[in-house]
Design a protein. Structure first.
Length: 597
């Protein structure tokens, strides 16, 4: 057959489809070969060849995203997790690593991979309100994913990757907009809060239209296997069958599973759990130093005066616990700074009727404040900062104390920046950059300390301590986390013979919170606070005690109650051993699974 005939030849396959063969390129190549040219530039050919080689994918489970994130070096367990979600779990998984192993990084890797492969475009990320900014920052800076923090209703539909709090998303008018959109991927942080099927959060996530879904939680089950069943049903409805079938097939008691091998196999299809003791993941030490300080005579006079005022008001109220916390706050503020207690007293003075004798007592306290010319704690802070000679984060509970410290540090030629709730996101980012690159000290309030990562700093001063141990742990978690390369040094300041001394004794000696892992601490508090919050219990105890000896006795009793709970948790661990073994064996079992998309 002639060449021209071959070029024009048509072979009908059926009445609808025709196949054309074009050999013109071959003829042109043949003619050039006969004439020995002309040929294109050899360098251009090599570049084109190398470009094609670079686009080759050796296998399906090779992560393409790794070459697109030069500013991040994921750890081996994070890479393996991303591969497993991609190849075995088809984009629907519970990331259940133990605390501090980088679940956010794993989620970012998975999201980046799906975006590069063209499988994901519209993404919804639901996180606690305090973590919205952190998620946006990490996605943008570490993964090159353009994500926005939701602020206005129009942003849901006008942006591809939106980060928002669950409370915002489920509230009108946002709810109808969100439920009306089709999402390629939904990511939910702190997903253990969805463990109850009857909650509005659970129902809301169930109604979301989503193709892929990641649930992040360090505690997929705490007290009941039903919690795990609910999470998995949210992720893959029907994966464990109906609730009655699950109960009869896999549950002996709410904490004790049966048919464990089969249950492990099913869990390994939807859940990945990495542990701190594996894979070379190590954390630096916590070195805790408690510093007890003696108040100056003027500060002690103010503290004693406030204590008498507070106890008197408590007795006048008939022991009303609702007012106890507000009253005790005055004592705590005296231990922090005269500025903090002054503002509270002035506000109280304004609210008190003019003919009330309470006004005179408040004014007496204000006069005692005028006599104070120094701050014992602030002086110690300056001494510590100069000894440390490195970056330091200082935490205080009170805005007035923060402002006082900023001025005091400035007067002592120490560069410092503030960080607090109420700052807009742009200013918070600016403060972080200044602290990282220029300032030696960051002075943060409680609200400002949520959700920020400060691994480049490893010295922390608790200027005053919260009463809730979980809030103390949250502070420490800003610096003691994956990525921290130095031992973290924590300095707790307390004043002798005051309410602070008792609180530090409770936290450090009675609860031993600085040595407990976060899961144990959370469980202890949950059991204790079934009847009353720790803060209210402490307030009532301190106000109703008639002497320092009685306070110490009650504090010892409280410590014993915590020890009892801890021992019960230890006994409960025998029952929960099945759960722990079950969760911890998921990884090994998952490694034997077959199948890929």
């Amino acid at each position: 057959m002639q060449t021209t005939e071959r070029n024009q030849r048509v072979r009908p396959l059926n009445e609808h489809v025709q196949l054309h063969f074009d050999r013109e390129w071959f003829e042109q190549l043949h003619e050039r070969a006969q004439r020995n040219g002309p040929w294109d530039d050899w360098t251009l050919y090599q570049l084109a060849y190398e470009a094609e080689q670079a686009k080759l994918i050796a296998s399906f489970d090779e992560l393409l995203c790794l070459v697109h994130i030069p500013q991040l070096t994921p750890m081996p367990h994070q890479i393996e997790t991303a591969k497993k979600v991609l190849t075995e779990m088809r984009g629907r998984a519970i990331l259940a690593d133990e605390v501090g192993l980088g679940k956010t990084i794993e989620a970012g890797l998975i999201l980046k991979e799906y975006i590069i492969r063209g499988l994901v475009k519209r993404v919804l990320i639901l996180v606690p309100a305090s973590l919205v900014l952190q998620w946006v920052r990490e996605l943008n800076q570490k993964f090159g994913i353009y994500a926005v923090a939701q602020r206005k209703a129009y942003m849901w539909a006008s942006n591809d990757v939106v980060v928002a709090s669950m409370d915002t998303a489920k509230r009108n008018p946002h709810r109808d907009i969100v439920l009306g959109l089709d999402y390629d991927m939904v990511i939910i942080d702190e997903a253990h809060k969805l463990k109850n099927k009857k909650t509005s959060n659970y129902q809301f996530v169930t109604e979301l239209r989503k193709k892929y879904c990641l649930l992040l939680t360090a505690t997929p089950v705490q007290n009941d296997l039903k919690e795990l069943y609910n999470l998995i049903t949210l992720l893959k409805p029907g994966h464990l069958g109906g609730q009655e079938n699950f109960q009869s097939n896999f549950v002996v008691d709410k904490r004790i599973p049966k048919n464990e091998e089969q249950l492990q196999q099913e869990l390994s299809k939807v859940m990945i759990r990495n542990r701190r003791g594996e894979g070379g993941v190590t954390f630096t030490k916590r070195i805790v130093r408690n510093i007890s300080l003696k108040l100056s005579p003027e500060e002690q006079a103010l503290y004693d005066g406030v204590t008498q005022f507070v106890k008197g008001r408590f007795e006048e109220s008939g022991g009303d616990i609702s007012s106890a916390l507000a009253l005790v706050t005055l004592q705590r503020e005296v231990c922090s700074s005269r500025d903090a207690v002054f503002i509270t007293l002035v506000n109280l003075f304004k609210k008190t009727p003019e003919d009330s004798p309470v006004r005179a007592r408040i004014w007496e306290l204000v006069e005692l404040i005028r006599a104070i010319k120094s701050n014992t704690k602030a002086e110690k802070v300056i001494e510590l900062i100069r000894q440390i000679n490195d970056k330091v984060i200082i935490f205080t509970e009170y805005r007035a104390s923060q402002e006082y410290l900023m001025q005091y540090l400035k007067d002592n030629k120490i560069t410092a920046v503030p960080y607090r709730g109420g700052m807009n996101r742009g200013k918070k980012d600016w403060m972080m950059d200044l602290f990282r690159n220029r300032a030696q000290v960051l002075v943060a309030t409680e609200a400002g300390g949520e959700g920020i990562n400060l691994q480049f700093c490893h010295h922390m001063i608790n200027f005053d301590l919260p009463w809730n141990p979980m809030r103390v742990e949250q502070r420490i978690g800003r610096v003691h986390r994956l990525g921290q390369t130095d031992d973290v040094k924590i300095y707790n300041l307390s004043t002798q013979g005051t309410i602070e001394e008792y609180i530090l004794s409770l936290l450090h000696e009675k609860i031993n919170m600085f040595e407990l892992v976060i899961g144990e601490l959370d469980t202890i508090l949950e059991r204790f606070e079934k009847t009353n919050s720790l803060e209210k219990h402490l307030a009532k105890m301190l106000l109703s005690s008639r002497s320092e000896e009685e306070i110490r006795q009650q504090m010892d009793d409280l410590g014993r109650s915590f020890s009892t709970i801890l021992s019960e948790v230890g006994k409960g661990a025998e029952d929960k051993a099945h759960l722990t073994q079950l969760l911890d064996s998921v990884e090994q079992n998952g490694g034997d699974m077959e199948g890929s998309p």
